[in-house]
Design a protein around this ligand. Structure first.
Ligand code: HEM
Length: 152
């Protein structure tokens, strides 16, 4: 139980913390061009692969394990609070969006050069990734907000 709770907290740091950091990197990167922009994109790709993606996966895994343990304990038979349902629903949806759409899009961005002929394509993929991240990040933060209210 304690291990899954720790992994639940750790997953939040990885996904939401690294996500906000990557967002700042992206905003700063808008003023850059050429080789600097390519280097920033490489950094963002690495942060997604090493931190954000694993963090989102950890949130699903630890969340499901905590839920199974909770419903199998003295809580079974008790109705979950609305905050618990918001955390589970928003967290699950946000994490799935990261894994199904965010990760493939950032991986594509890493393969396209921001310079030359592919500059317009690079910007289109970047905008798509920003939109995906806004939706998934907002859902993650909504889950965090809900988790600050009584869950039981
Ligand atoms: C970004 C997404 C999420 C965030 C930020 C989040 C946040 C939290 C936090 C802060 C706690 C500890 C609350 C406390 O100790 O009072 C918690 C507990 C818990 N979370 Fe999440 N959570 C997320 C996603 C999920 C998902 C997807 C599930 C289930 C599928 C889930 C199931 C649970 C359960 C069962 C507990 C334990 C409640 C208890 O034992 O009192 N969470 N979560």
């Amino acid at each position: 139980m304690r291990l899954w709770l720790f992994l639940h907290f750790f997953g939040q740091i990885l996904w939401l913390g690294a996500g906000l950091g990557s967002m700042v990197y992206g905003i700063v990167g808008k003023q850059e061009s050429g080789a600097a922009l390519a280097a920033i994109a490489r950094g963002q790709v690495a942060v997604h692969k090493l931190l954000i993606g694993p963090g989102a996966f950890l949130m699903i895994l630890s969340g499901v394990m905590l839920s199974l343990q909770m419903y199998g304990s003295a809580m079974s038979g008790m109705a979950p609070t609305v905050w618990m349902m918001v955390m589970q629903g928003a967290g699950l949806l946000g994490a799935l969006i990261v894994l199904a759409f965010g990760m493939p899009t950032i991986a594509r961005l890493g393969r396209v050069s921001p310079e030359g002929q592919t500059a317009a394509l690079y910007q289109a993929i970047r905008k798509r990734h920003v939109a995906i991240s806004i939706v998934s990040g907002t859902l993650g933060l909504l889950a965090l907000l809900a988790a600050s209210f009584p869950l039981r």
